[in-house]
Design a binder for this molecule. Sequence first.
Ligand code: 5GP
Ligand code: MG
Length: 181
Amino acid sequence: MKVILSESEISAGIAQLARRISDDYRGRPLTVVGVLTGSLIFLSDLIRRLDLPLKVGLIQASSYRGRATSPGKLAVADLSGLDLAGRDVLLLDDIYDTGQTLKEITALLHSQKPACLRSAVLLWKEGRQRVELTPDYHCFRIPDVFVVGYGLDYNDEYRHLPHVAALEDNERPDCRAGFAV
Ligand code: 5GP
Ligand code: MG
């Protein structure tokens, strides 16, 4: 495994993002909604650095992808039951890849009529986007490699790594089929 982002680089990137978000919202109440499971560690590190009146919500997203390369249907479950109507909402996900997840969850949250809906991701993978929508905030751009660690998994393993690393193809037998979200 090749380390792409070290623990200290991630920490510095998140501190910088937290300052930006705190400045942009300037004391306005915010609801941060994290997409499980991948955003778990990003969410917990970011929210502790936000200097804002804050509520935190969680949604669970699972995409079922067949052996084909086309993305499967995304199933989303709201785990917190927070009322987002009239609130400033910031959606958090681990990685912006094709953008399909961001697009679908954004549409879902919009249906709850938030006052303002933005999105933030830890990683923006270069050259993979298939939708117009882009995240409002991101910490790092990475090349088109499959990464694990800091919340991101392969077969539900490696989420606990403190860094982000690229998995070689021989460490990932079934290649791109069926990412766990
Ligand atoms: P999307 O293609 O919809 O932007 O991303 C869907 C999901 O695929 C992400 O939320 C993430 O869970 C997963 N994903 C995309 N790229 C990677 C990657 O490089 N590593 C891992 N572990 N998951 C990824
Ligand atoms: Mg995810």
